[in-house]
Each structure stands twice: as structure tokens, then as C-alpha cells.
Design a protein around this ligand. Structure first.
Ligand code: TMP
Length: 236
């Protein structure tokens, strides 16, 4: 597999073309941003950890019947993935109130929700990723009704699989963000990453935050939190 020209650079990853048209290489960076890029920093070793954690969880999900873009990890920071057209939605799944939900609805962080909440945000940095509902998504041609049903179905299944898996490792899955894409034949697959950047992980016993909130909120111990997640998931 030959790494060719860079196609895209995002806030946390770069994407490269390869000599196979349907495959890309993702390269994870240590750069961290928050609040739509307003806060910038570096988390040493984050790229390596997020690459490995994402691939570990993508493999778990594949084994349970969720189609993903994952193909092969080729280095500490690089992974081959299927080329997809990203659906311009951030799909957020919430089990326990935290972050923007707590702020918006006045529910204290840590409050267990009576049932799982699914939210969609329109992926548009200039607009600050505004929240949208099913009607907006179909009306704006972001996804069809059938695609959205599939995305919701996968998202709830992913929540169940990840929550169960993490619980055994002493981690509570508070909430997380997913992105989906369409392959060349229109199949919907899970894309992007699943990492401490995109999930809230709390230690089941102590409630300690083991995710990017430590960076967002200047809590310190950011690198150690990412390392702890790598250790619990991959045993290293
Ligand atoms: P929120 O409470 O700030 O809306 O975040 C919900 C979840 O989504 C949380 O696990 C962090 C994740 N997230 C991202 O992955 N990217 C983002 O840009 C934002 C705002 C949140």
C-alpha cells in the first residue's frame, strides 16, 4: 500500500490517498482543539492512543455485525480505511447527562437519563455544528429517511455493545459522538474515530473523567487519562 498525496487535514487527523482508489490512509495527530477550534493545544501521544483505541473498538463492532470503514492498522498512527463520503452529521448518543445537554436543559452532570438520547448536529464549523432533527436532515438532503433509520439503529446497537464492553473494564460510557459515511455503492458504514476525544469515559468506581473533558476544562492529567484508557482496553 503506497501513501500518496494528502487529501484533507482536519483538527485531529490527516487523510491521504493511496494507490488503491477505494482505500485511504488516516494519520492521527497529537493536536487537540475544543469549542469549535477556539481552544488549541497538544496532547502528547494522543494520536497513537486514538489510532489504537479506535481500531480496537471498530474491530469489536465489526465482530458484532456493525459495518465500519476499518481495513488495517499499518503503523502507530496510521490506518487504512475504506473511502467513504462522510454524511454531514455528528450523531451523539447519551446515557447520562453531561456537557452541552446538561447546559441546555439544566440537568446536573451525572444524572442518569431514563432512556438513551440520540441527537444529531449538522457538521458545519462555520455554523458551530447546530443541533438538527430528523425533519431538517431529510429536508436538507443530508440523509434519506431510510438512511437515517439505519444510522439510528446502528447507533443504539453500538451504544449497547460499547457500554457492555466498557463496563467490564470499569468504565462508564456517558456519551459519545459517531460519524457515518457512504461507500461507493451507497452502503452506510461507521467512520471517523471512537476515542477519548469523541467519548465521555468515567471511571465506574470513582467517577474520574478519563477523556478529553480534562483538556476542555483544564483539569490536568490529560495524557495520563488517555494512557489509562489504552491500558484498560488493550492491556498496555
Ligand atoms: P457535548 O456534550 O459537548 O455535546 O458532547 C457530546 C459528546 O460528543 C461527547 O462525548 C464529546 C463528543 N463531541 C465530539 O466528539 N466532537 C465535538 O465537536 C463535540 C462538541 C462533542
Amino acid at each position: 500500500m503506497k501513501k500518496l498525496e494528502q487529501l484533507y487535514e482536519g483538527k485531529a487527523k490527516k487523510v491521504f490517498a493511496t494507490d488503491t482508489p477505494q482505500l485511504l490512509i488516516v494519520d492521527y495527530k497529537d493536536d487537540a482543539t475544543a469549542f469549535n477550534g477556539e481552544k488549541k493545544g497538544t496532547i502528547a501521544g494522543k494520536g497513537v492512543i486514538n489510532n489504537r483505541v479506535t481500531n480496537h473498538l471498530m474491530k469489536l463492532l465489526e465482530s458484532k455485525g456493525i459495518p465500519t470503514h476499518f481495513v488495517e492498522e499499518i503503523s502507530e498512527r496510521e490506518t487504512v480505511v475504506k473511502r467513504v463520503k462522510i454524511i454531514l452529521l455528528e450523531v451523539i448518543v447519551r446515557n447520562i447527562a453531561a456537557g452541552s445537554l446538561s447546559k441546555r436543559l439544566g440537568i446536573p452532570e451525572g444524572t442518569k437519563l431514563a432512556s438513551t438520547v440520540l441527537e444529531y448536529c449538522y457538521k458545519d464549523d462555520a455554523l458551530g455544528d447546530p443541533i438538527v432533527n430528523d425533519y431538517h436532515i431529510v429536508a436538507l438532503n443530508l440523509a434519506t429517511k431510510a438512511e437515517l433509520e439505519k444510522i439510528a439503529d446502528y447507533s443504539f446497537k453500538i451504544n449497547q455493545i460499547l457500554s457492555d464492553y466498557l463496563k467490564d473494564l470499569g468504565i462508564e460510557l456517558i456519551d459519545f459522538k459517531l460519524e457515518f459515511g457512504r461507500t461507493s455503492d451507497g452502503t452506510i458504514v461507521l467512520a471517523d474515530e471512537i476515542s477519548p476525544d469523541t467519548c465521555r469515559f468515567w471511571d465506574s468506581k470513582t467517577g474520574e473523567k478519563l477523556d478529553k473533558d480534562r483538556f476542555r476544562r483544564d483539569m490536568g492529567g490529560v495524557e495520563d487519562a488517555y494512557k489509562e484508557i489504552l491500558k484498560r482496553l488493550l492491556g498496555e
